[in-house]
Design a protein around this ligand. Structure first.
Ligand SMILES: O[C@H]1[C@H](O)[C@@H](O)[C@H](O)[C@@H](O)[C@H]1O
Ligand SMILES: [Fe+2]
Ligand SMILES: [Fe+2]
Length: 312
């Protein structure tokens, strides 16, 4: 019988089954081993077990492992209006850290995103995969840089987050009814806002066509990074929208909450949709070489961030 992908790439301890029983599913196992093998051997070419996945295999939440399901249950129960007001207040008044973009990317290297059924690579690798996919397609430099930084808001995890539930995962508005197009919609039954007399209604605390800028999206890496980048870079509005709304899948992918959009949002929706495939599908690309790519991206960062050291 032909050896499986795991057997082909696994170091001896894995082949003997010692560590494999701890790994929840095949995709985790293959990604972790692939990353490790490539890092150790300096081999960065397409390998013969390459797991190029077909597009319908991404974001399969019904088949996801318990880690992902538990993550969303907790997030959907805890993202309330009250929590979101507190998070924004903390963001405004608490000092966090000062560092460069590249330092931020390196710091994120230890975070494995519990909400993500499609990758278990470290965040720096995901950022480089996204940026490289955008660059390969000949897209503008500001968009390449947006790919490179779009998830840096996950740094929040190290600065006062209550867990991963207020950092990663898809986003959705709070203060109005939770839409059925959000993944695992039933888990909102445990959210105290769900049957609130105002927050539980279609428009809630908002008015039709008020603009997404006036909607409070569940607090996490998108909203946080948007505020950091808006004030400290020269990136265009499209880049800011890509950052702020890239996790708002019920909107850009599901077509929910359109009633709140204004004219500007319709333009931004196009940008966010153009960005999405590079974020999502690059997760099955080869693992990029951080050291080889560093000089190119350091120059790109300098182009749009006038200050080397940012306030996070
Ligand atoms: O699990 C992922 C991950 O956390 C991404 O960074 C986020 O942008 C996505 O919306 C989410 O589904
Ligand atoms: Fe993200
Ligand atoms: Fe991402």
């Amino acid at each position: 019988m032909a050896p499986s992908a795991i057997e082909l790439v696994a170091p001896l301890e894995y082949r003997n089954g010692l560590a494999l029983e701890n790994l929840s599913d095949d995709i985790d196992a293959v990604n972790v081993l692939k990353a490790r093998m490539q890092r150790e051997s300096g081999m960065l070419d397409k390998s013969d077990f390459d797991s190029e996945k077909d597009k319908s295999k991404f974001r399969q939440y019904e088949d996801a492992c318990d880690r992902v399901k538990n993550f969303y249950r907790e997030q959907h129960e805890k993202q309330t209006v009250a929590y979101n007001l507190k998070a924004r207040n903390d963001f405004k008044f608490k000092a966090r850290a000062r560092m460069s973009i590249w330092q931020a990317m390196e710091k994120l290297n230890t975070l494995i995103d519990e909400s993500d059924p499609d990758t278990s690579l470290s965040q720096i690798e995901h950022l480089l995969q996204s940026a490289e996919a955008i660059r390969r397609d000949g897209k503008p430099r500001w968009m390449q840089l947006t790919g490179l930084i779009h998830d840096l808001g996950k740094l929040l995890f190290f600065y006062g987050a209550e867990g991963q539930w207020d950092v990663v995962g898809d986003t959705f508005p709070v203060g109005c009814a939770f839409d059925q197009r959000i993944i695992y919609p039933d888990t909102f039954n445990g959210n105290p806002d769900n049957d609130h007399p105002i927050y539980g209604t279609k428009y809630g605390i908002y008015a039709p066509a008020c603009g997404l800028d006036n909607i409070m999206l569940s607090w996490g890496h998108d909203e946080y990074l948007y505020h950091v980048v808006k004030d400290q870079s020269t990136l265009p509005p499209e880049a800011l929208a890509m950052i702020r709304y890239h996790s708002f899948y019920p909107w850009h992918n599901g077509g929910a909450y359109m009633e709140f959009m204004n004219e500007h949002d319709w333009k931004m929706l196009e940008a966010v949709k153009a960005f999405n495939p590079y974020d999502l599908y690059s997760k099955s690309d080869d693992i990029p070489s951080i050291e080889l790519l560093k000089p190119y991206y350091l120059e790109l960062i300098d182009e749009f961030f006038p200050k080397k050291i940012l306030d996070w």
